[in-house]
Design a protein around this ligand. Structure first.
Ligand code: ATP
Ligand code: MG
Length: 558
């Protein structure tokens, strides 16, 4: 582990190399990065990578980090997502300070930029329909055909573009196109559309505009206006870079930003596409965008992941130019590592069966001092009640033990964690043969779970005191998709859902301290995993816990 970190700090990723070269050459005095989400959904783990990458670079090189909503495309659902996105980014630990921007505030500058291109003879108003534009565009092997409107005069273009702005044309009847090269091998350079007519109300600018800029035109302008130096995006924009460069060059920005692409983060066996998540929400398969089985940032937070664990995960993933998938188990590894020392280790019985200590004084409750985390004394100790009647896990008792079984069975002695040695004396059963009560005796000299005379016990089991136990609900998760079949159904593209992705366990019994859990409180339940109090459903006295992750895994860091 330490070796891994040491290696990471010496070898720089390719974006850091570019930045260092630019700074060394004096290209920029200070770098500026940005995160530019479209407010059309919740952020997910892939976005976390982009956020932490951009923010981390600004921190590392003492530059600036801008938070910019890329809201140039007016659709209905936008406003509600702005707040959730801000909340998620803050939670992740990326601080934009006072540098919060909205691309829609630049519509005026974008309009002027378009006018500038027209005046330079670099843009024209085109009357072809969307379908005709597509036909004229050509293919990867054939060049495109020039629009018959391409050679309109500058004056005519200026006049028509102004009329477009003034609402004199219907949606789709006219567009403004950059005049570049219909024979370019890069289709993005074949006179791309840069403005379209759309009579739509925008969440920020209302009805002020009825023309809206296209992404490839708007984005470089947004970056340039804000003084962004390194505009980092994902690989699918690589072929758009010549257009990005064309825009900033033709608009003659003194310090043009540069676009750098990196590979998207993909995780195995999870659903990240907004379209699919939306469907899961709408079909009621999950209980909202923050259902703990999803990997939206809101869902990860609700499940119990910490910002530190996600930061660590992103760091381990690294930055690359080649697309690949990361094993979900690596994310689990990161949260385990983070909580190992931070989370108190408590006792919670998920499938309780009663254990009676027949030689323990009736009606007596004693309090045992228990360390909150054996490996981290800083977390202190707590008082755990103990009495004659306890609950243990049903699977910790076998009337007829299988081979190598080390837990409770008649005549066997085990340690009750942090408490005493007990020896099983038998059990009671109901008519169907289910064990209802287990009986045992204890050795008062083994208090604290320590052997009084050097004799050894092989098993240690956890327990809760019956009289003071609090009833809890625990939610256990598996992947939402079927690992064996793969995420998407090859035939119709639907999701291969795992019917066991959620198990709700009611009637769990937990120690009283856990009854006070507040939303997002995280614990290790010994032997059962790491759990987090659910932010919607958990109430003091009636706690609900989400299992973040189990304790063990076969995952190893390479
Ligand atoms: P999705 O395809 O999941 O809807 P998006 O790319 O449409 O995502 P945007 O809001 O446009 O979402 O993206 C904001 C930023 O996040 C962009 O710079 C984008 O490149 C980056 N991003 C999106 N998905 C990933 C990912 N899986 N890994 C890394 N960065 C990503
Ligand atoms: Mg997008």
């Amino acid at each position: 582990m330490e070796k891994e970190t040491a290696k990471e700090t010496v070898s720089k990723n390719f974006i850091e190399q570019i930045i260092e070269k630019d700074l060394a050459e004096g290209k920029y005095d200070e770098i500026c990065t940005r995160f530019p989400p479209e407010p059309n959904g919740y952020l997910h783990i892939g976005h976390a990578k982009s956020i932490l990458l951009n923010y981390g670079l600004a921190q590392k090189y003492h530059g600036k980090f801008n938070m910019r909503f890329d809201d140039t495309n007016p659709t209905k659902e936008k406003v509600e997502f702005v707040e959730s996105i801000k909340k998620d980014i803050q939670w992740l630990g990326a601080d934009w300070e006072d540098r919060l921007y909205f691309a829609s505030n630049y519509f005026e500058q974008m309009y002027e930029a378009a006018v500038k291109l027209i005046k330079k003879g670099k843009a024209f108003v085109c009357d072809l329909t969307a379908e005709e534009i597509r036909e004229y565009r050509g293919t990867l092997t054939e060049p495109g055909k020039e629009s018959p409107y391409r050679n309109r005069s500058i004056e005519e273009n200026l006049e028509l573009f102004e009329k477009m702005k003034n609402g004199e044309f219907e949606d789709g009847s006219k567009v403004l196109r950059a005049k570049i090269d219909m024979a370019s091998p890069n289709i993005n350079m074949r006179d791309p559309v840069i403005y379209r007519v759309a009579h739509m109300t925008h969440h920020n600018t209302g009805d002020k505009w009825c023309i809206y800029p296209m992404y490839d035109f708007a984005h470089p302008i947004e970056d340039a206006i804000e003084g962004v130096t390194h505009s980092i995006c994902t690989l699918e924009f690589e072929d758009h870079r010549p257009l990005y460069d064309w825009v900033v060059q033709e608009l003659e920005y003194v310090h043009p930003p540069k676009q750098i692409e990196f590979a998207k983060l993909y995780l195995t066996n999870v659903v990240t596409g907004k379209r699919y998540i939306k469907k899961l929400v709408e079909d009621g398969i999950v209980d909202g965008w923050d259902d703990p089985r999803l990997v939206s940032i809101a869902a990860l937070r609700r499940r119990g992941f910490t910002p530190e664990s996600i930061q660590k995960f992103v760091e381990l993933c690294g930055v690359s130019k080649a697309n690949s998938s990361v094993d979900y188990a690596m994310l689990e590894y990161c949260i385990r590592e983070d909580l190992k020392m931070k989370a108190p280790r408590m006792m919670a019985v998920l499938d309780p069966v009663k254990l009676v200590i027949d030689n323990y004084p009736e009606g007596e409750i004693e309090y045992l001092e228990v360390p909150n985390n054996m490996e981290n004394p800083d977390l202190g100790t707590r008082q755990v009640p103990f009495g004659r009647e306890l609950y243990i896990e049903r699977e910790d008792f076998m009337e007829v033990p299988i081979k190598k079984y080390k837990r409770l069975y008649p005549e066997n002695e085990v340690r009750l964690m942090n408490a005493y040695f007990v020896t099983c004396t038998g059990c009671e059963k109901d008519e169907e043969g289910n064990v209802t009560v287990i009986h045992c005796t204890y050795d008062p000299a083994s208090k604290g779970g320590n052997s009084p005379d050097g004799r050894k016990v092989k098993g240690t089991i956890h327990w809760v005191c019956a009289e003071t136990a609090v009833e809890a609900e625990c939610r256990l998760y598996e992947n939402i998709v079927d690992e064996e079949k793969g995420v998407y159904n090859k035939e119709d593209g639907s999701l291969n859902l795992n019917p066991n992705s959620l198990t709700v366990v009611k009637g769990c019994l937990v120690e009283p301290e856990l009854g006070k859990a507040e939303a997002y409180d995280r614990f290790q339940f010994v032997r059962n995993g790491f759990f987090c109090a659910d932010c919607h459903d958990s109430k003091p006295g009636a706690p609900v816990f989400n299992r973040i992750v189990s304790l063990k895994s076969s995952f190893k860091l390479k």
